[in-house]
Design a protein. Structure first.
Length: 235
C-alpha cells in the first residue's frame, strides 16, 4: 500500500481498459472450461453408501431430494475432533442461503463429514448454519472419494489426493464432489475438485481478490493462517 501509483483519470482508465481485456479473455476461457466440465463422462456409484442426518439414517439417493443433481462439500471434521476445520468453516460461511437457489436449477447441496452426526449438529448450531450437513461416520464414502485417509496413510506421510500421490499430515482434506441420478435411481459421479479448485465457491476470497491488498497472505507460514472461525475473531 506504500507504493501507490497515483495517476490522472485518463491514465487510470487506460490501465483499467487494458486489464478489462485480460479479464474478458480469462472469462471466455473459464466459460470454455465450464463447458468441458459439463461434458465430463460419468462413472457409476457402485456402493450403497449410508449417511446419518437429523432424522436418522439416509441412503445416498435421499440426499438428492427431488433434484437430479447433487453437490457435496467434503467438510473436514474427523470423528475424534471437537470442532470442524477452521478453513472449511470459512468456506461453509459462504454456503448460507444458497440451497433454494440451487434447487431452482435442479441441484441439491449438502456438506458431508466423518464426525458423528451429534458433533455436526452441535457445531452447526454454534455456527448458525442452516445448510444440509450429514455424517458419513460408518461409511467408506470419504475414503473412496479421497478426502479422508487411514492411519497407515498418515504414518507413511503420503496418500492419493487431488489425483496424485502427495505428502499428507492429517486424516482429512477438503474437496467438492458432484453427482447425478437417472430416472431409474442409479447414481453417477460426474466431477470432483480439491485444493485451489474449491476457491470459486468462497465468496469472501472473491471479494478479497478485488481489493488493492488482495488476499494479503504472503507473510504467513501458510496462506490461511489468519483464518478464524467466525466466532473467534477478536473484533
Amino acid at each position: 500500500m506504500e507504493n501507490r501509483n497515483i495517476v490522472s483519470h485518463q491514465e487510470w482508465l487506460e490501465a483499467r481498459l487494458a486489464l478489462l481485456a485480460e479479464e474478458k479473455a480469462l472469462m471466455r476461457q473459464r466459460d470454455a472450461i465450464t463447458r468441458r466440465r459439463m461434458e465430463m463422462p460419468w462413472e457409476r456409484v457402485e456402493k450403497p453408501y449410508r449417511f446419518t442426518g437429523p432424522d436418522g439414517e439416509l441412503a445416498f439417493l435421499d440426499l438428492f431430494g427431488s433434484c437430479s443433481q447433487l453437490v457435496v462439500y467434503h467438510l473436514m471434521f474427523g470423528p475424534e475432533w471437537s470442532e470442524a476445520c477452521k478453513s472449511c468453516s470459512f468456506w461453509a460461511d459462504n454456503f448460507e442461503g444458497i440451497q433454494s437457489h440451487l434447487r431452482a436449477r435442479d441441484v441439491a447441496f449438502t456438506a458431508i463429514s466423518r464426525a458423528p452426526f451429534s458433533k455436526l449438529a452441535a457445531y452447526k448450531r454454534r455456527m448458525g448454519w442452516t445448510f444440509d450437513w450429514v455424517s458419513s461416520y460408518q461409511s467408506d464414502f470419504n475414503f473412496d472419494y479421497h478426502v479422508s485417509f487411514t492411519e497407515d496413510d498418515v504414518a507413511r506421510g503420503k496418500a492419493l489426493y487431488n489425483y496424485e500421490v502427495r505428502p499428507i499430515g492429517a486424516n482429512e482434506e477438503q474437496g467438492i464432489s458432484v453427482f447425478a441420478r437417472d430416472g431409474d435411481g442409479e447414481i453417477f459421479h460426474t466431477y470432483s475438485t480439491h485444493g485451489r479448485g474449491i476457491d470459486n465457491v468462497n465468496g469472501a476470497y472473491q471479494f478479497l481478490d478485488l481489493v488493492p491488498k488482495g488476499r494479503d497472505e504472503d507473510g504467513f507460514a501458510f496462506s490461511m493462517e489468519w483464518v478464524r472461525r467466525h466466532d473467534q475473531y477478536s473484533s
